[in-house]
Design a protein around this ligand. Structure first.
Ligand SMILES: CC(C)(COP(=O)(O)OP(=O)(O)OC[C@H]1O[C@@H](n2cnc3c(N)ncnc32)[C@H](O)[C@@H]1OP(=O)(O)O)[C@@H](O)C(=O)NCCC(=O)NCCS
Length: 173
């Protein structure tokens, strides 16, 4: 499989919203009620919202990953959130990294992570951090493989259900 990564173009908000919606649904459908899931999908992947997020380029960077020219996942990097843990250090967040199930374990996630780390380093961040559901062992192990360590946790709300995310961090060079 030929894997490549590039920035999402501003005009690609519709495709980005669709991939965001579909990969989120695939990942979490068995853990939430259909009502909660529907409400979340409509809100989080609303096309106008995604378009605004894409246009807010100082804060957000979106990456697509392609397998043989077909988009199979994406990542969202953001620069507007931090934790006391990092004091005044410059930090960056990987808010989302999602690959369609049919294309997982074929180095697409790796390609997104490597590009995210390249960007984080190029912008001279001291830390990169993320939140991940405490039961999402696949993703936790994926992040650990890059050296991310757990430094705390936070609550995450999807509809009426409350869930817990680990916070993970990696020191950059
Ligand atoms: C987590 C996720 C992004 C990983 O992407 P992927 O394309 O399946 O992973 P890759 O094939 O690129 O794996 C790259 C490397 O990461 C490591 N890795 C990947 N999955 C791993 C796992 N489950 N356990 C341990 N290491 C893992 C391996 O070192 C692997 O390298 P190798 O193939 O040379 O052994 C993907 O599984 C996914 O999209 N999951 C659903 C969405 C999700 O949960 N996202 C995270 C939300 S916070």
């Amino acid at each position: 499989m030929q894997v490549s990564v590039r920035l999402v173009e501003p005009g690609e908000y519709s495709l980005l919203a669709r991939i965001g919606r579909e990969t989120f649904y695939e990942t979490w459908k068995d853990y939430n009620t259909p009502e909660d899931m529907q409400t979340y999908l409509l809100d989080a992947f609303d096309e106008e919202k995604i378009k605004k997020d894409l246009e807010n380029r100082d804060v957000n960077t979106f990456l697509f990953v392609f397998a043989n020219e077909e988009p199979v996942g994406y990542a969202k990097i953001r620069r507007d959130r931090t934790y006391d843990e990092f004091k005044d250090a410059k930090v960056i967040e990987v808010e989302r990294i999602y690959i369609y199930q049919a294309f997982q374990k074929q180095q697409a996630g790796k390609a997104l992570m490597e590009e995210s780390l390249r960007i984080a380093n190029a912008e001279k961040n001291e830390w990169i951090w993320l939140g991940v559901n405490i039961d999402n062992h696949k993703a936790i192990n994926f992040y650990k493989a890059y050296g991310f360590e757990i430094f705390g946790s936070k609550m995450f709300k999807l509809g009426d259900a409350e869930d817990e995310d680990y916070l993970m961090k990696l020191k950059l060079h």
